[in-house]
Design a binder for this molecule. Sequence first.
Ligand code: SF4
Length: 206
Amino acid sequence: MNSLLDEGHLLPLAEDFYTIQGEGYHTGKAAYFIRLGGCDVGCAWCDSKFTWNPKLFPPVPVTEIIARAVKCAARAVVITGGEPLLYPLEILCKELKNKGMEIFLETSGSQPLSGEMDWICLSPKQNHPPLPEFYPLASELKVIITGPLDMEWAEFNRRKVGPQCHLYLQPEWSRREAVLPHIISYIKANPSWKISLQTHKYINIP
Ligand code: SF4
């Protein structure tokens, strides 16, 4: 890693775009998405596999990314990946805050936290579980459900988050028809959970 990347002045940008958040607590809100390249978690069903190899995404100055983000009407940014916490995010977050942007982070929690976030969406993965530090910080716990057995993983994580944390079960997109009935009946029996649907995929927006 070169020193500018190491310090967070440059980041391997996979894509950035203005859209409407489709899932989780902030569903329906317009936000500028900053998707960083690189992830070593390796979820078989990942819908962003193109981001896994960071070498495909040449480092971009943070100032360039922010200049584009602040042009949108919304004052909210979603930092996602890949796993965005593979990189130091202090500079990105500080500059976004200086521009008056709210920052929502999407993370597996598998890497140490960096940068000041307004909202942390923790989406834990069994093959690379979150670091313990994330559980009390999570604003939202979003567990991807591929089958009924994943409910145990959801409950394992729910026991670790704080009382303020919003709890979501989200069907894995390719198995949504099979798992939706299980999620619906589970939430009816365990109403502290809510359902999260990938609404952006239903309405064909990024
Ligand atoms: S953590 Fe996210 S980006 Fe990484 S493999 Fe899993 S779903 Fe894909």
